[in-house]
Design a protein around this ligand. Structure first.
Ligand code: ADP
Ligand code: ADP
Ligand code: ZN
Length: 217
């Protein structure tokens, strides 16, 4: 199965992707995570991407298309994958269509997570993750069961993203509306777009997504 999670920054894509990955055994491919790893490692890609990410702008299509093309060639993607944060422009969506066609694969579903802009600022400024296993948390909405200890791996180290601040959020939202939202009619026209209410509780959103996935098989 090949699934795309589409939605604005802070919509809950990463949170739900982690859950789908566990339940469906699909690899989660997050271009944001891949780019942050490249920046941290100081690779050529990381050097090119850093300034765009810090400014809340999209990295060039060429860079992210290259990353995804290489990644889906790997063995663990043979049985399908879940894309979180890619594609984000029509050019990226067209490049993905071409990559899949060449491999004789097809996109099963695009799930739009609909969330009001007003809710996104709180979600993004309250977001943090486990520094060891990348499990996502939120200051108010999703705390670890034991204060300061990761539920998943027991680590006591957590991190926040450099771009998760109020100033950058507005450019990221602008980029979403201008460059990514046009993907909604693009996938709707292909008849594979499903919409879930991302304003609901985290567990409720998971249930809505499971229902969508269940209706496909
Ligand atoms: P995205 O990957 O779309 O940018 P995340 O999954 O990282 O978004 O979620 C952003 C923040 O909001 C995280 O701190 C997460 O814990 C929290 N969050 C995710 N889904 C919900 C929800 N349905 N309701 C409230 N908070 C949520
Ligand atoms: P969020 O879901 O909170 O917006 P991501 O982790 O998906 O965050 O992305 C963080 C940043 O990485 C983006 O603001 C952008 O600079 C870059 N990025 C991630 N994926 C893409 C993509 N598909 N195309 C262009 N830039 C991307
Ligand atoms: Zn952890």
């Amino acid at each position: 199965m090949i699934i795309i999670l589409l939605g604005p920054p802070g919509a809950g894509k990463g949170t739900q992707a982690q859950r789908i990955e566990t339940k469906q055994g699909l690899v989660q491919l997050s271009t944001g995570d891949m780019l942050r790893a490249a920046v941290a490692a100081g690779t050529e890609v990381g050097k090119k991407a850093k300034a765009f990410m810090e400014a809340g702008k999209l990295v060039t299509d060429e860079i992210v298309i290259g990353i995804i093309a290489d990644r889906i060639d790997e063995d663990d993607c043979k049985n399908g994958f879940l894309l979180d944060g890619f594609p984000r422009t029509v050019a990226q969506a067209e490049a993905l269509d071409n990559m899949l066609a060449r491999k004789d694969l097809k996109l099963d579903v695009v799930i739009e997570m609909k969330v009001d802009d007003a809710a996104l600022v709180d979600r993004i400024t309250g977001r943090y993750t486990c520094a060891n296993c990348n499990q996502g948390y939120h200051d108010v909405n999703l705390k670890p069961k034991v204060d300061g200890v990761c539920d998943n791996c027991g680590s006591t180290n957590f991190k926040r993203r450099a771009d998760d601040n109020r100033e950058t959020v507005s450019s990221r939202l602008e980029a979403y509306h201008a460059q990514t939202a046009p993907l909604l009619p693009y996938y709707k026209a292909k008849g594979i777009l499903k919409v879930v209410d991302g304003m609901a509780d985290i567990d409720d959103v998971t249930a809505q997504i499971n229902e969508v996935l269940g209706s496909l098989s």
